[in-house]
Design a protein around this ligand. Structure first.
Ligand code: AMP
Length: 385
């Protein structure tokens, strides 16, 4: 191993990242600003992080020799994507600390394991039951009730691999589509809103949280995030406490995000744990003293965590999905001409519907103004002058 758990990894060192999407790109930009070099490892060519990193290795996560060579060339390995084969983190850990660890990753990679972990540490989450076999499904329906959401246990994100079911027949049909994949049935939560908390934790045990962020989804994909949201204040302290507890109990080092449903009856329920920076946290780049990506760098390098304190009164982020390209190239000039807006693009060449291509951030004196400005700015992009 090239560094011990308590050793500080100082600027000048090379940081390794498993995955090379937009989260890796923004991590690499934050790390490079601090004088680190970034080496990314991922199966894809022409990935968003490749434009801005010092070195890129293209290889499969199952290619033990290539992962070993990569990990031996860096001081620490982090990740920007949780669906990584355990063999990759196991192999990398022989050569460099992996933060967050493969064990933490293993717990949250699978919805069933994740929920059993939350239950064990006493954190409220959505009612759930395993629904892998037809017999499991029948029992799960009696335990969880209907309506419910049937989800694959692994490899799901942005609503992929899930179905809302209202009747036993619908549940049976959705279950048949999964073709025997491990699955979970979750009670449908009538929520007043969805919110998220960011939490950074370093090897010294220091913890910093940011949020709650108010998140609106469209077609299961994050659409707009806003901070601060006064209506979330009653849930803020509890959300921060839960996020910090999860980070400690998972013994996770790095930057994570905990997503919640705030039910109409007042219960705060964990929906998901992301063991990496999160789309809802992108607005920290423009709005906070320390961004979620810089916190990831600081945490994995065992440096003091920065302050998440906002530097503006209100901020909002609107995602730019590939759908925006339907009528041609968006009107970038309209966004760049507006001093309230900050444009972030991920360098992806092919715009497909639902694909995250970039985001637009609006900064203002208050959150409502920022939110309106982000949404209006995105509408102007679609008008193409
Ligand atoms: P997920 O991939 O589990 O985060 O789900 C994506 C989105 O689907 C969430 O952000 C919610 O908007 C919706 N959703 C998922 N599970 C539930 C549930 N149990 N009750 C209500 N809405 C849900």
């Amino acid at each position: 191993m090239s560094s011990t758990p308590t050793e500080r990894i100082l600027p000048g060192a090379t940081l390794g990242v498993l995955g090379s999407g937009q989260l890796g790109r923004m991590f690499a930009m934050a790390a490079t600003r601090l004088g680190y070099r970034v080496h990314v490892y991922a199966p894809e060519h022409d990935a968003p992080a490749a434009d801005v990193c010092w070195r890129q290795t293209v290889g499969a996560f199952e290619d033990v020799a290539a992962v070993a060579e990569f990990a031996a060339s860096v001081s620490v390995v982090t990740l920007e994507f949780e669906n990584i084969a355990p063999i990759a983190t196991e192999t990398a850990a022989k050569y460099a600390p992996v933060r967050p660890s493969g064990a933490a990753l293993y717990t949250v990679q699978d919805r069933l394991r994740e929920k059993l972990f939350l239950e064990k540490i006493g954190v409220p989450c959505t009612p759930f039951a395993e629904a892998t076999t037809a017999a499991d499904l029948a029992t799960a329906i009696t335990q969880v009730g209907l309506p419910a959401v049937l989800k694959t246990a692994a490899w799901g994100y942005d609503g992929k691999g899930q179905a809302l079911v209202h009747t036993v027949d619908e549940a049976t049909a959705a279950h048949a589509e999964l073709g025997g994949q491990p699955a979970v049935l979750e009670g449908f939560i009538d929520f007043q809103c969805e919110l998220s908390m960011l939490v950074a934790r370093n090897p010294a045990g220091e913890v910093a949280t940011f949020g709650p962020l108010a998140n609106d989804h469209v077609n299961h994909i994050l659409d707009v995030s806003t901070f601060p949201d006064a209506s979330l204040q009653p849930a803020a302290a509890e959300a921060a406490e839960i996020a910090a507890t999860i980070a400690r109990e998972l013994d996770a080092i790095g930057l994570m995000c905990v997503e919640f449903f705030w039910a109409r009856d007042g219960r705060l329920l964990v929906n998901e744990i992301a063991p990496r920076p999160h789309n809802s946290g992108h607005l920290t780049i423009d709005a906070c003293r320390t961004s979620q990506f810089e916190q990831q760098v600081r945490a994995i390098c065992n440096l003091p965590l920065g302050s998440f304190e906002p530097v503006v009164g209100g901020v909002a982020m609107a995602n730019l999905l590939g759908d925006l390209w339907a009528g041609g190239v968006p009107d970038w000039v309209s966004a760049l001409a507006d001093p309230q807006l900050r444009l972030h693009l991920y360098g992806k060449v092919h715009a497909r519907p639902g694909r995250k291509m970039g985001h637009l951030v609006a900064l203002a004196d208050d959150a409502a103004t920022a939110r309106a400005a982000a949404i209006a700015g995105r509408e102007r992009l679609a008008r193409r002058g």
